[in-house]
Structure formats: C-alpha cells, structure tokens
Design a protein around this ligand. Structure first.
Ligand code: MN9
Ligand code: PYR
Length: 311
C-alpha cells in the first residue's frame, strides 16, 4: 500500500493564517485523496518559521487532522540541536505520528558517523516516535549518500522508520531499498516528476509539493502501478511531467507552489516569506492556462477537441 504524503504546510500569509488549516485538511482528503501530511518541511518553509510558529503549525495540523488524516509527520530539523530536540519532544506531546530531520546545513557534518550522531540525539528526544531521515542534498549541501547513512542506522537509532529521499540519484535510492530489504523501512520518494521510476525501484510512498493539487492524478498513477498496468501508469506520469516541465521552465519553487495551490484549491496560501518572493502574475496566468489545457482544472468547455487533456 502506498501512502501519498503531501508536503505542507504553506503557511498562509506572511503571518501564518492558522484558521485555514481545517479547510486545507478537508480539501486534501476530499478533493485530492491525500491523507498523509508532512508538516514544516521544504514547501511549508519550516526553516523560515520561528520555533514557536513551528510548534503551533504542528499542533494545528494534528488537531484539525484528527479522525480525518492517517499520518501527520512533523519535520523537526534545525541548525540548533537543542531546538530540534525541543520540536521532537513537542511532536511527541501533541500526538504526531512521526518526525523527520534534515542534515544540519550551516556547520555541516562531514561524514556519515557525525550526521548519524546528530540525528540520533534528535530521535532520542522523542523515543516513542517513528523517525525519518529527510535526504535533500541539493538544499542542505550535505551530499553524504543516503545509502551510507542507512547502513547500520537501526542500531544507532532504534526508532528509525524510513527515508524521505528528495534527490534524483536513483542509484543511491535503489541501493537504499536493496540493502534494507529485510527491514520494514518506508522509502518515501520526493521528486514528483520521477515518482514512477522510484516505484519501480521499490518506493513505498511519496512526499511532494505537487500532491497538494495533483494528488488525485498521482493516486491514479499509483493505482495503475499497483494493478501492474504500466502503460497507464506511464501515461499518468507523462501528464504530470508535462505540467512540471512547463512550470520548471518558467521558474518553479516554493513560491510558485503556493500560487498554484491557491488557484486550484481556492484556499489562500498567501505569499512566501523572505528570502522568497511572491510568484509573478505572469507565472500564475501561464500555470493556470496549462492546468486547464491538461484538464487538471476541469472546465467542461475545454474537454471537446482538446488533444492535450490528461484525464
Ligand atoms: C526541492 C523541492 O521542493 N522538492 C519538492 C519536495 O520535496 C518536490 O515536490 C518538487 O517540488 C517537485 O518534484 C517538482 O520539482
Ligand atoms: C515537498 C516536501 O517534501 C517538503 O515540503 O519537504
């Protein structure tokens, strides 16, 4: 069974608008079929929030998601080990389902052992919570291969539950799977445009920004893959890629995700925080036209004779 996590939260507005989180939960569950949430990660600008904001955001997702969501995993990574531990402990107190941690990215661990020592100290602050290592080398600058990090990790971190792998190195990803076949780890893939390839390599789930608004489409791909209908799965992946490729060429990142999600869901995600800049009007208009042409934003009048439509 695959769990399709979305990455969230988009803190709506520069001052976080906590009041839309309940609506956001309902939208993801009902409209996108997404019931696993990854809070305060990349897309949620977790590292741009203060510690007290991170705590409140986590609380709000856990509370509003109760009896609606399957899992709420809180990203608790920080440069300060102490803050990271405090967030881990808080996640346990509020009843989150797991915690995830990125590598510290200013003063960096230079080898696997040092990185694991850091992760271990965070995990120990929440000894009853499943722990995920969030591998995102392009953003942290910590390039230690995930396959190395996983080697022997369970002995060091007894709560180790899995990997969130946000990198395009499928050799590294596949080796993580292959070398841990006897263990019940979760292998969550984080490059949405390549998810199908990762599924072939043994991914057990996915966490990504586009599942906010392409969750339903991605679920169709997961279902096709599960019933071994690989040609349909590939068609779904191509459709998703047509959109991602289009926005990547315009310049795609966290700000643009917020703009698209506001457009598609109608829930105001607000602008990002500095140092990010709000997506331009031109970007949003182009992205909207593309979503319509692919029928990701369904408008009946477009369906007839639309060669590009994906649904
Ligand atoms: C670096 C980054 O933000 N990655 C996101 C999550 O991990 C992905 O969901 C990408 O936004 C997506 O794959 C499009 O490239
Ligand atoms: C996209 C993602 O995985 C994150 O927000 O961390």
């Amino acid at each position: 069974m695959y769990c399709l996590g979305t990455s969230l939260l988009h803190p709506p507005f520069r001052e976080i608008n906590f009041s839309v989180i309940g609506q956001y939960v309902d939208y993801l569950v009902k409209e996108q079929g997404v019931k696993n949430i990854f809070v305060n990660g990349t897309t949620g600008e977790g590292l741009s929030l203060s510690i007290s904001e991170r705590r409140r955001v986590a609380e709000e997702w856990v509370t509003k998601g109760r009896n609606k969501l399957d899992q709420v995993v809180i990203h608790v990574g920080a440069l300060s080990l102490k803050e990271s531990q405090e967030l881990a402990q808080h996640a346990a107190e509020i009843g989150a389902d797991g915690i995830a941690v990125i590598a510290p990215f200013f003063l960096k661990p230079w080898n696997k052992d040092v990185l694991i020592n850091f992760l271990k100290e965070v995990a120990a602050a929440a000894p009853a919570l499943p722990f995920y290592y969030y591998h995102i080398p392009a953003l942290t600058g910590v390039k230690i291969r995930a396959e190395e990090v996983l080697d022997g990790i369970q002995e060091k971190i007894p709560t180790f539950q899995g990997l969130k792998f946000s990198d395009t190195d499928l050799l590294d990803f596949a080796q993580c799977v292959d070398q841990n076949r006897q263990r019940q780890f979760a292998f969550l893939f984080g490059v949405d445009e390549q998810l199908l390839s990762a599924l072939v390599m043994g991914a057990t789930g996915a966490v990504g920004s586009t599942y906010n608004y392409l969750g339903k489409k991605t679920n169709q791909m997961l279902e096709a893959f599960e019933r071994k209908d690989f040609s349909s799965a590939l068609n779904h992946q191509f459709c998703i890629q047509r959109f991602i490729n289009f926005v990547v060429k315009l310049g795609f990142g966290v700000s643009q995700t917020k703009a698209i999600m506001t457009l598609v869901s109608g829930i105001p995600m607000g602008p990002p925080r500095l140092p990010l800049q709000k997506a331009s009007r031109e970007f949003t208009d182009n992205a909207e036209a593309k979503l319509r042409s692919l029928d990701f934003l369904s408008f009946n009048d477009l369906k007839d004779g639309n060669l590009e439509a994906c649904s």
